[in-house]
Design a protein around this ligand. Structure first.
Ligand SMILES: Cc1ncc(COP(=O)(O)O)c(C=O)c1O
Length: 418
């Protein structure tokens, strides 16, 4: 076969169907080997240090460890390496051991997990919270138990894969509306034959960094009696005076039916949560399949997150620093002539165009020592590939300037923007 990677996109493999179920592996293997030869394979380089502004990672092309400027990790506020957090995790680890060792409804529910749920509910000003092993499983679990076949998940077209997957698991119909368009949402809701619809949006969009137009979207939901879920994965601890997210930022928290969050971004840990009224959470606890049929969050993880909430409640200077840094980075990139779309947050896309250009630019930035998200289908449309920069509180201005300079050189080396 001798496939040339430049003749294929990642999307082809995801959609490929041969006569034999496993045919795809041969096709993909050649694509991968050629990609490695072209130095386009810059994924899965194991990190050997903590995810802060610089990381050391294995480089397969030199077979050594290389230092990178890191704009790829979600540790937005730097909490994953706070000494107090690490100490709390270590103490809890010594007490309970390494894992929860069971699903929550058997014996995987610990005093510390219960405290975390109570604390998250209080933090979000809602009646109750449910903690999941990941943010992905929170969305899959919630949508799949709330929606039934014949119900409709109405998703912003750019909604996270986990929202789509939850709706699919529910067997619900999926309708999408144009990104952040209350007008199109209204047309979709008007066309539905059922009132059993759940509109799902993100607070900060994970690949674009823009904010949901919540006040307008909520007004449309109310008009048509649709329920609304917001995924605040990238906005928790960052937006809103108290850090409760974009719903707090817009002053519309009481209009949200279900709010989702994750501990993998600003908390720098792992896990997810849903908050809602007591009865809804209680129903989810006994019916969300990703909660019931999966091992619970490890107690030491819950303890670390509780410590982060203590720190955050007393001192939001890291958050303020992050917002300053994000502003600085957006301005610097815009000044340098990059297309960064409508981002208003620390999630900063730098649009590239077609996948082949992304691969060439990706190779160059890695060679120049910059670690950034290389994003193509299925995370985004194959025509809208991008580098995704995760700005954090721990980046210095010098590091942000260095990042912009590397991008300038790499983009200049590979012209063609569409
Ligand atoms: C908007 C959104 N929701 C959910 C998730 C899943 O969260 P987790 O990585 O904690 O599973 C992500 C992760 O990238 C996300 O961006």
């Amino acid at each position: 076969m001798n496939k040339k990677s430049k003749d294929h996109t990642h999307q082809e493999f995801i959609e490929f169907q041969g006569d034999d179920l496993f045919d795809v592996k041969n096709f993909f293997w050649e694509f991968l080997q050629d990609g490695i030869r072209q130095k386009h394979y810059i994924f899965l380089n194991p990190l050997t240090t903590a995810p802060v502004s610089q990381v050391d990672a294995y480089d397969r092309y030199t077979d050594g460890i290389k230092r990178y400027l890191n704009f790829s990790s979600y540790n937005y506020l730097g909490y994953s390496v706070y000494p107090e957090v690490i100490r709390e995790v270590q103490d809890t680890l010594a007490k309970y051991g390494t894992g929860a060792a069971s699903a929550p409804l058997f014996s995987g529910y610990y005093d510390v997990t219960k405290r975390l749920e109570e604390r998250i509910a209080a933090f979000k000003n809602k009646e109750a919270a449910l903690v999941f092993p990941t943010g992905y499983s929170a969305n899959v679990g919630v949508l799949s138990c709330i929606l039934k076949p014949g119900d409709v998940a109405v998703l912003d077209i750019l909604a996270h894969a986990s929202l789509y997957d939850g709706a699919r698991l529910a067997g619900a119909d999926i309708k999408v509306f144009s990104h952040n368009s209350p007008g199109h949402l209204e047309r979709v809701l008007r066309s539905l034959k059922t009132k059993r619809a759940l509109v799902c949006v993100e607070g900060v969009y994970s690949m674009d960094g823009d904010l949901a137009k919540l006040p307008e979207i909520i007004a449309v939901c109310k008009k048509y009696g649709a329920k609304i879920l917001i995924d605040e994965a990238h906005s928790t601890l960052i937006f809103g005076e108290h850090g409760r997210g974009v719903a707090e930022h817009f002053g519309v928290e009481n209009d949200i039916d279900i709010s989702i969050g994750t501990f993998s971004k600003s908390f720098g840990a792992i896990g997810g949560f849903a908050v809602a009224d007591q009865k809804l959470i209680s129903y989810m606890r006994f019916s969300a399949r990703s909660y019931i049929f999966s091992c619970a969050m490890a107690p030491h993880t819950a303890a670390g997150i509780l410590k982060i909430l203590d720190i955050y409640t007393k001192d939001k200077s890291q958050r303020d620093k992050l917002l300053d840094n994000a502003r600085y980075m957006r301005k610097a990139l815009t000044k340098a002539g990059f297309d960064i779309g409508d981002t208003q947050s620390q999630v900063v896309p730098v649009f590239v165009g077609k996948e082949m250009r992304l691969r060439e630019i990706g190779r160059r930035i890695y060679e120049k020592g910059l670690y950034a998200g290389i994003v193509t289908y299925p995370a985004v449309s194959a025509k809208r590939t991008r580098l995704r920069l995760s700005v954090s509180a721990y980046h210095t201005k010098e590091q942000m300037d260095a990042c912009v300079n590397i991008l300038k050189e790499a983009f200049a080396d590979v012209p063609g923007g569409e």
